[in-house]
Design a protein around this ligand. Structure first.
Ligand SMILES: NC(=O)C1=CN([C@@H]2O[C@H](COP(=O)(O)OP(=O)(O)OC[C@H]3O[C@@H](n4cnc5c(N)ncnc54)[C@H](O)[C@@H]3O)[C@@H](O)[C@H]2O)C=CC1
Ligand SMILES: O=C(O)C(=O)COP(=O)(O)O
Length: 539
C-alpha cells in the first residue's frame, strides 16, 4: 500500500482519483506543520502540496519513506529541490493547468489598478461619491513590460494585446523572431524595459537570479508614474524598494498577489491606497484547481504504481514513449555500472562513458545517470536512483565524463565505460541484441560476447590448454552448475579472459582453489539482476 499525504487543499476530483487508485491510501490532512508534518511525511510514499506547504531539507531527512513530491501548481520555490534530489525523491509539478487563470488574474489586477477599482468600491460603500478622485488611466496605447514570457507571461501578453496595449517583453528563452510573430517587441536586456514601460509585470519563477530582480535600481529606471504588478512570487519585486518608490511618489501604484512571506496579512504596503492586493489568488479558480488536482493525482498514482515520471523538475523529463524507447539502453548502462563496481579495484575517481551508434541518439545524460546508479547502488546504505545517482557520485569525488563517438563500430549500438581508480583502469563495453539481452562485448582489451545476466565468474588466465576445464572442474566439485561460457583473448598464447554464467554463487573455498593456480591471475564473481529485471524508475 502506498500512502499519499495531501498537505494543502486539493479539489475533490483529484482526491477521488487517489481514492479510486489501487494500492493507494490517502491521508488528507491539509495544514500540518513542523514536527507533526515531518513525522506524517516520513510515513508517506508521496505528498501533494500547493503553496501553503514548505518542504525543507529537514523534512526530507531519512529515515523516511518519501519518494515523490508533487506540486499541484507551477512554482516549486517552496520545495528545497536539491535536498529532495540528494535523497532520491522525484519532484514533479503540473505546469499549464493554472496558466490561464493566473494570466486572467494579472489582467484583473492591471484593470483594477488603472481604474482604482478596490479603492473606489470601498469609498462608495462608505457613502462617498468620489468621481474625480478615482479618475484612472486608459490602458489602450500604453506599454506593458512583461518580464518572463513562459506560459503565464505569454498568456498575459496575448490578453494585453487584446486591450490594445503595446508589449515589450524579455525572456532569455524566447527568440526575437517568435516574439515578433506574437506581436511582442522583445529586448535582449531586461534593464531596457524599465525606462520604456508604463506598467511592468513579472512572470518568472523565484530563484537565485530572479529574487529582487525588480529592486531599487530598476524602480529608479521606471518612468515617474509607472506601476508594477507581481502575480508570480513574492520577493521577485523587492517589497522594501517598492514601498519607498510608492511613498516617494515615483511610482503611481502597484498590484500584488504574492508576498515574500506568506500568509501575509500585515504589510506597510497594505496601508497605501494606490496598492491593489489579493491573497495569492492567481490559481484560485474552479477550473485551475480542477486541472491541477486531476493532474497531480494522476502524476503521483502513475509514479507510485508504474514508476512513470512526467514534469519532473529534478530529472531529465521523459515521456512514457521515450522511456519505453530508452529502457534497453538504461538497462545496458546500469548493468555496466553494476559490473564495473564489482570489477574495479581501489577507490574510483573517474568514469568516462562513451556512446556510439544508436546509443548516441538517446537521452545520454539519463543513460549516464543509470550507469552511476549501477556503480553505486550496491555499495551505499541509502537508495540510489535516477534522481540522485549523479549527486551521490559527485559527493564521493567520482567525476563522470560523457562522450559521443561518431566512429563506426561493429555494433548498431555500443556503450563503453572506462573507470579509473587508484589501482588502475577498467574498460567494459556492452551492446544489446533483441529486447532483453544485454551483451558484454569487451573487457579491457579482450573482445568477447557474454550475456550480462545473473551470477558470473570472470577470470583472467594464461591462454593455455586445460585451464577452462580446470575452472569448470573446481566449480563442479563445489556444486556450482555452469550455464554458459565465453572466452576472449587478444593474441594466441598470451592472456585470455573467461566468463562463466553460473547457477549459484561459488563459495570462498572454490574461488580460493581457482586462485591457487598461478596460471590464473584474477577471479571475480559479478552478480547482476536476471535478464529483463529493471528498477521501477525504468518504467
Ligand atoms: N499567483 C499564482 O497563483 C501563480 C503564480 N505562478 C508563478 O508564475 C511563475 C511562472 O509560471 P509559468 O509561466 O507557468 O512558468 P514557465 O516556466 O512557463 O515560465 C517562466 C519563464 O520565465 C523565464 N525566465 C526564467 N528566468 C528568467 C529571467 N531571469 N528573466 C526573464 N525570464 C526568465 C523562463 O525562460 C520561462 O519562459 C511560476 O514560477 C510561479 O511562481 C504560477 C501560477 C500561479
Ligand atoms: O502554481 C503556482 O505556482 C501558484 O502559485 C499557485 O499557488 P496555489 O496552488 O494556489 O497555492
Amino acid at each position: 500500500m502506498h500512502r499519499v499525504l495531501i498537505s494543502d487543499p486539493l479539489a475533490e476530483e483529484g482526491l477521488r482519483i487517489l481514492e479510486a487508485a489501487e494500492g493507494i491510501e490517502v491521508v488528507n490532512t491539509p495544514g500540518l506543520k513542523g514536527d507533526e508534518l515531518k513525522s506524517v511525511l516520513a510515513e508517506c510514499d508521496g505528498v501533494i502540496i500547493r503553496s501553503g506547504t514548505t518542504i525543507t531539507a529537514d523534512l526530507l531527512q531519512r529515515p523516511s519513506k518519501l519518494r515523490v513530491i508533487v506540486r499541484a501548481g507551477a512554482g516549486v520555490d517552496n520545495i528545497e529541490v536539491p535536498a529532495a534530489t540528494r535523497e532520491g525523491i522525484v519532484v514533479m509539478n503540473t505546469p499549464g493547468g493554472n496558466t490561464l487563470s493566473t494570466a486572467e488574474h494579472t489582467i484583473a489586477l492591471l484593470l483594477a489598478l488603472s481604474r482604482h477599482v478596490p479603492a473606489a468600491d470601498l469609498s462608495l460603500r462608505e457613502g462617498r461619491w468620489d468621481r474625480k478622485k478615482y479618475t484612472g488611466s486608459q490602458l489602450a496605447g500604453k506599454t506593458l513590460g512583461v518580464i518572463g514570457l513562459g506560459r503565464v507571461g505569454l498568456a498575459v501578453a496575448k490578453r494585453a494585446i487584446g486591450l490594445e496595449m503595446n508589449i515589450l517583453g524579455y525572456d532569455p528563452f524566447l527568440s526575437a523572431e517568435r516574439a515578433a510573430e506574437l506581436g511582442i517587441e522583445s529586448v535582449s536586456d531586461p534593464e531596457d524595459i524599465y525606462p520604456r514601460a508604463d506598467i511592468v509585470t513579472v512572470h518568472v519563477p523565484l530563484g537565485e537570479q530572479t529574487k529582487g530582480m525588480v529592486g531599487k535600481s530598476q524602480m529608479a529606471k521606471l518612468r515617474k508614474g509607472a506601476a508594477v504588478i507581481n502575480c508570480a512570487r513574492g520577493g521577485i519585486v523587492d517589497e522594501d524598494a517598492l514601498l519607498e518608490a510608492l511613498e516617494s511618489g515615483h511610482l503611481s501604484g502597484a498590484a500584488l498577489d504574492v508576498y515574500s512571506s506568506e500568509p501575509c496579512t500585515d504589510s506597510p504596503l497594505f496601508k497605501l491606497p494606490n496598492v491593489v492586493v489579493t491573497p495569492h489568488l492567481g490559481a484560485s479558480t474552479q477550473e485551475a484547481q480542477l486541472n491541477v488536482a486531476i493532474e497531480a493525482a494522476n502524476l503521483i498514482v502513475n509514479y507510485l504504481q508504474k514508476g512513470n515520471i512526467r514534469f519532473a523538475v529534478n530529472m531529465a523529463s521523459l515521456e512514457p514513449s521515450e522511456l519505453e524507447e530508452a529502457r534497453r539502453h538504461l538497462d545496458i548502462c546500469r548493468r555496466l555500472g553494476l559490473f564495473q563496481a564489482q570489477l574495479a579495484k581501489g577507490a574510483i575517481s573517474k568514469a568516462t562513458i562513451t556512446y556510439q551508434g544508436e546509443a548516441a541518439k538517446k537521452k545520454t545524460s539519463l543513460l549516464t545517470t543509470a550507469f552511476a546508479m549501477g556503480l553505486l547502488e550496491n555499495s551505499l546504505e541509502e537508495e540510489v536512483n535516477l534522481i540522485n545517482a549523479r549527486v551521490l557520485a559527485e559527493e564521493r569525488g567520482i567525476t563522470i565524463v560523457e562522450k559521443i563517438s561518431s566512429e563506426h563500430s561493429d555494433f548498431a549500438t555500443l556503450v563503453r565505460v572506462e573507470v579509473e581508480s587508484d589501482q588502475g583502469t577498467t574498460v567494459l563495453a556492452a551492446t544489446t541484441r533483441g529486447r532483453q539481452f544485454v551483451r558484454l562485448v569487451r573487457i579491457g582489451s579482450y573482445r568477447l560476447d557474454s550475456i550480462m545476466d545473473g551470477t558470473m565468474v570472470v577470470y583472467v588466465h594464461q591462454d593455455k590448454p586445460g585451464l577452462i576445464g580446470l575452472v569448470g572442474t573446481v566449480l563442479g566439485k563445489h556444486g556450482v552448475n555452469i550455464a554458459g561460457m565465453t572466452v576472449g583473448r587478444e593474441v594466441e598464447g598470451g592472456e585470455a579472459t573467461g566468463i562463466l554464467a553460473v547457477d549459484g554463487v561459488p563459495c570462498p573455498e572454490a574461488l580460493q582453489e581457482i586462485r591457487a593456480d598461478d596460471r590464473i591471475s584474477a577471479v571475480h564473481v559479478v552478480k547482476l539482476p536476471a535478464c529483463g529485471e529493471m528498477p521501477p524508475s525504468f518504467g
